[in-house]
Ligand binder design. Sequence first.
Ligand code: MF3
Ligand code: CO
Length: 235
Amino acid sequence: MRRAGRIVSDLLKLMEKEAKAGVSTKGLDEIAEDFIRSQGAEPAFKGYYGYPASICASVNEEVVHGIPGKRVLKEGDIVGIDVGAKLEGFFSDAARTFAIGKVDEENKRLIEVTREAMNQGIRQAVEGNRLSDISWAVQSYAEKNGLSVVRDFVGHGIGRNLHEEPQVPNFGKAGQGMKLVQGMALAIEPMLNLGTFEVEVLKDGWTVVTKDHKRSGHFEQTVFVGKDKPEVVTG
Ligand code: MF3
Ligand code: CO
């Protein structure tokens, strides 16, 4: 998982460089698939329940699971890039949201608060805490900063499968759910919105968008629960 995680984090750095105005999301997907395979790994998303690509590219009001296509990124957009790699039977999964060229203050804040909400959640991934300590850390930070938290999609356990138990919601009161134990592997992935937390799925069966079409941010890391501090596998 650490080696798969390194491939994922290296790829996200490459995606940050490549995600510029004028580039199509399909173009990013092609670069990503080539990179993953060049590292001896497989794209974890391709073929997963029929998903047709190696990355998810979710632009502006798209929350997650945007299918790469002809859409061309333009100055002022934000794009969430989510990638997973499978190496020798083990998975890692991570996402970042990038600004395309200059974006306004509201968009900058959306990106920074979403990243920090994820980090607040990650900080709770230590032995002795309960699962929902992560959830509450994310929700309270997000709402304190005026953003809403998507309910319909959640983080997840990860390891020999992309999605394993338990689900890791980004909302809920502290002190509930299973006790965390060193070595548990979790994908912590808040989706935060400027407007309503409500989302819907487009007719393509994948792309999740905000109901009010206001923008959304998404960050994700694969993390190992630690004795006194978490280990970020995709950092
Ligand atoms: N990180 C996303 C998730 O955990 C990516 C899944 S895309 C899919 O939901 F195609 F693989 F479903
Ligand atoms: Co995930």
